[in-house]
Design a protein around this ligand. Structure first.
Ligand code: NDP
Length: 347
């Protein structure tokens, strides 16, 4: 039992298990879980028992398991956060559902839509909550942009542009670049976030993709480290996406252009609570006030509230499936050079 367990009192504690001794959990999610009142990370599962123990010690997690099954058998674990490499998500979500644990799963949910649907259905059948950790929906910037679009501030939206060409930091230059079987590559890593963010802002679904990708400087084994794509949405919006792991000195951003105005978000395709939003219309350019807050804390809070029956998660399992379908259409479009329909997973 850790000191944190003793302080909280076990009877009041909602326990989380980490499936995956990952960087994202260490850098953002453990803290985001711990600030939720009454919630604690009680266990971690790693494929290496020794690494799992070292990770648990480093992050003050009481239990470390060398298998997912062992973590799922721990009665203190009521929800799991899954942040292993992408090919493992499917079986781990299905196992968690069978063990009646609520599931917050990382994106991309899976490597194909059928697997993602199987995950969603397993959780539905087991009566546990499943959500997708698309953090950008929780950014105060993107929520404000959505609000402006919905309020008609730019009239009918016509175009969107997403600038998400970044430099993959050295400590993450692993499976994303050389392990296609793990679902690496920039499209499943970043384009999937663009698709989800645009779906959120526009309240529309992507229906068609075209694109070109490159493997220019970092990725190997046929994986893409840069891509430019266009998604057509079912409300007519054309969205241009630029995603990369290889660009050191570009700014990120998002723009939504409508009949009456444009919304410009700068430095907003990020994990951090930063960035600016402005509205340009016939009246000139107006900066929009943003009250920044942690994207991950807000996302976990929405998930916890949904478990209590209050509202829905920021990005549901269905959102994860739909955004994956869009990213996979971009992969196909880039690889075939042909315009690719985004299949509706729920049709
Ligand atoms: P990591 O590479 O840090 O972790 C993935 C897996 O790699 C871990 O589960 C772990 O396996 C193994 N691993 C990690 N570090 C080591 C090491 N030093 N030696 C050996 N094995 C190691 O991946 P990320 O944290 O970057 O990404 C994990 C998931 O989260 C992915 O699905 C990714 O797409 C998603 N992600 C989401 C973000 C978001 O903002 N929503 C941001 C970043 C990532 P094991 O558990 O078996 O030890």
């Amino acid at each position: 039992m850790s000191l944190v367990d003793i302080t909280l009192g076990e009877e009041k504690m909602f326990g989380w298990g980490l499936i995956g001794a990952s960087t994202i959990a260490a850098e953002h999610m453990i803290a985001a879980i711990r600030v939720q009142p009454g919630h604690e990370v009680v266990a971690v599962a790693s494929s290496s028992a020794a690494r799992g123990r070292a990770y648990a010690d480093q992050h003050l997690v009481s239990a470390a398991y060398g298998s997912v099954e062992a973590l799922l058998a721990d009665p203190k674990v009521q929800a799991v956060y899954i942040s292993t490499t992408n090919e493992l998500h499917r079986d781990q979500v299905i196992a968690a559902a069978a063990a009646r644990k609520h599931v917050l799963c990382e994106k991309p949910l899976a490597l194909n839509v059928a697997d993602a649907l199987a995950m969603l259905n397993a959780c539905g059948d087991a009566g546990v909550l499943m959500a997708t950790n698309h953090h950008l929906r929780n950014a105060a910037t993107h929520r404000k942009i959505r609000e402006l679009v919905r309020a008609g501030a730019i009239g009918k939206p016509l175009f969107a542009r997403v600038f998400h060409a970044v430099y993959l930091p050295p400590h993450l230059q692993g499976w994303r670049l050389d392990k296609p079987q793990a679902g690496g590559g920039v499209i499943l890593d970043l384009t999937v976030h663009d698709a989800d963010t645009l779906r959120f802002i526009l309240d529309a679904e992507p229906v068609e993709a075209v694109g070109m990708a490159q493997s220019a400087a970092m990725a190997s084994a046929g994986l893409e480290d840069g891509a430019m794509a266009v998604l057509r949405f079912d409300n007519g919006v054309l969205a241009q996406l630029h995603d990369a792991f290889t660009v050191k000195h570009a700014d990120t951003g998002i723009e939504i252009h409508g009949e009456k105005g444009s919304i410009v978000g700068r430095n907003v395709m990020t994990q951090h609570p930063v960035g600016t939003v402005s509205l340009r219309t016939a009246d000139g350019e107006k900066p929009i006030a943003i009250e920044h807050e942690s994207l991950y804390v807000r996302g976990v809070a929405a998930f916890c509230a949904a478990i209590r029956g209050e509202g829905t998660p920021a990005a549901t399992a269905e959102d994860g499936v739909r955004s994956l379908a869009a990213a996979l259409a971009v992969v196909d479009a880039c690889r075939t050079g042909a315009a690719t329909r985004v299949a509706n997973p729920f049709a």
